[in-house]
Write a protein that binds this ligand. Structure first.
Ligand code: FAD
Length: 482
């Protein structure tokens, strides 16, 4: 059967002679799901990953005898693609949702924030402040489009709708800790997208949030199951294969250089974020990076393994001066069956890759972050800590700034043989498994379309063709966040 006949039919297991060869670089969620979908569409896929295991940021690690998420990962009930993927991969029965609490720490006091009742009582704000905040959140939820927010500085928008009190006491401190004290460049779109995502974590009726995770391994189990299925479909997954660069043939990309040798593909799709992609691009293609944001945040995360639960909340919004962005006690969602009853708390600090936290020694991070934790959770002592570790990832998410146009770089940059897909291209959606899987599936569908051979009556029937044009306009339009 010719490759063209397979297109769109998802014939699992079909690997066709003469099928186009597609190379995917990076086996995080994006690269792995992309490889799976391409193989299901009939392509011959090679997935190249530098690390010894797939997973990327969603991977797990050994933490003193327990396998745990390197960073914390949950799904919310509206994450349709993640839930569908779990079902497809036979993991649905192990995906459990749990009601979770959220706390707000303001002026040295912890306040529950779980539904309408808590909101109406919320002591840090005056009744007028609460009313304005409620009105603002409602407006965000009712707003369908975001184009009018794109040129609006976020803080300006917040002041106009929420007033000085709410900005000073709530929004500014939260943005400071989330964006390493630099958020003047953010468009209003950011908070609109965030508010909508958090709404989707809430059930109807003004209740609290619900979060879910796959038992005993979260997102990593999903990635590993996707990789397993991809392999069954013929995807060649090469681990420990750090791609050294893209191979140019004239002006076209003809493949990659890996382990000192050239590997040729009809289409090559790196899934790395631009600062990492830069190292792979030949100088002649560096101009492609101009379409991407220029600022990226990393994460330095203290992880504690604890004898007991410290907080009744999954996460805490910290509005006082704080060395870390939040505290996330994941055991409220992932349970403790895989950690012998011990509990896990993640204390991340989102910061620029050049921030002092990236070179600060681990002991110092531990001391500073746990000193803050003791304020949030009175009664915390170091005896509660069974083990701890500090994990660092210098490249986590792009900061989409005002004035940068277009906001997302094209998936098809107009270089034959090259597609570019990365976490920097999910805007205006927030970066998470759901938006990444949506991107992977969109890229796979377009890639298969582009390498499809022409119709049988065409002069070149039977020969896979590589793309020549840039991104078609519709592919640039990201869907609104749910
Ligand atoms: C602290 C934190 C909390 C999060 N919480 C959540 C959450 O609750 N829910 C949620 O859904 N998402 C969450 N996320 C987001 C989620 O982790 C990311 O959206 C997702 O993992 C991004 O996947 P990716 O494949 O795009 O990138 P990555 O995971 O970064 O994958 C890129 C891959 O490329 C590989 N690579 C790099 N260079 C090369 C090379 N030269 N050759 C070959 N391979 C290479 C890397 O090793 C890596 O495996 C969180 C992220 C962080 C950091």
């Amino acid at each position: 059967m010719r490759y063209g006949a397979l297109r769109g039919t998802r014939q699992d297991g079909a690997r066709q002679d003469g099928a186009p060869r597609i190379g995917v670089v990076g086996a995080g969620i994006l690269g792995t799901v992309l490889a799976l979908r391409l193989a299901q569409g009939g392509a011959k896929v090679t997935l190249l990953e530098r690390a010894p295991t797939p997973g990327g940021l969603a991977g797990s690690m050994d933490f003193e005898g327990h396998r745990v998420d390197r960073f914390y990962h949950v799904v919310v009930p509206s994450d349709e693609r993640m839930i569908a993927l779990a079902r497809e991969l036979g993991l649905a029965a192990e995906l459990h949702f749990t009601p979770v609490g959220v706390g707000f720490f303001v002026d040295g006091q912890m306040h529950p924030f779980n539904g309408l009742g808590d909101f109406l009582r919320f002591p840090p704000l005056s009744p007028a402040g609460r009313a304005r905040l409620a009105w603002f959140v409602l407006q965000c939820q009712l707003r369908k489009g975001y184009s009018s927010l794109e040129q609006l500085p976020l803080e300006h928008w917040l002041k106009r709708h929420c007033g000085d009190e709410v900005v000073r006491r709530i929004w500014r401190p939260l943005l400071d800790s989330r964006f390493d004290s630099e958020h003047a460049e953010l468009p209003a779109t950011y908070l609109w997208a965030r508010t909508n995502r958090m709404r989707s974590a809430r059930g109807g009726g003004g209740g609290g949030e619900r979060m879910g995770a796959i038992a005993g391994g979260g997102h990593e189990r999903l990635v590993l199951a996707a990789a397993r299925k991809a392999r069954e479909l013929g995807v060649q997954i090469r681990l420990g294969a750090g791609v050294e660069g893209l191979v140019l043939e004239g002006a076209d990309v003809a493949g990659v250089r890996v382990d000192g040798a050239e590997e040729r593909f009809d289409l090559t799709i790196p899934t790395l974020q631009p600062p990492a992609l830069r190292r792979l691009l030949p100088p002649a293609l560096h101009n492609l990076l101009d379409a991407y944001p220029s600022r990226y945040l990393g994460v330095v995360c203290l992880i504690l393994k604890l004898r007991r639960s410290l907080l009744p909340y999954y996460s805490v919004n910290i509005c006082d001066a704080t060395p870390m962005t939040t505290v996330v006690e994941t055991s409220h969602v992932v349970g403790t069956a895989h950690t012998d009853g011990l509990r896990l708390a993640y204390l991340p600090k989102y910061c620029d890759p050049g921030a002092p936290e990236f070179s600060e020694d681990d002991e110092s991070i531990y001391r500073r972050f746990t000193a803050m934790l003791a304020r949030l959770a009175p009664g915390f002592t170091h005896d509660d800590v069974v083990a701890w570790t500090v994990q660092r990832a210098p490249l986590v998410e792009p900061v989409h700034a005002l004035g940068h146009h277009p906001r997302t770089a094209p998936l098809w940059p107009g270089v034959e043989g090259l597609g570019l897909a990365s976490a920097s291209q999910v805007y205006p959606r927030l970066l998470n498994g759901e938006s990444i899987v949506e991107l992977a599936e969109r890229v796979a569908a377009q890639a298969l379309e582009r390498v499809r051979p022409p119709a049988p009556d065409s002069a070149h029937a039977g020969a896979p063709r590589r793309s020549t044009a840039g991104d078609p306009a519709p592919a640039q339009r990201a869907p609104a966040p749910r």
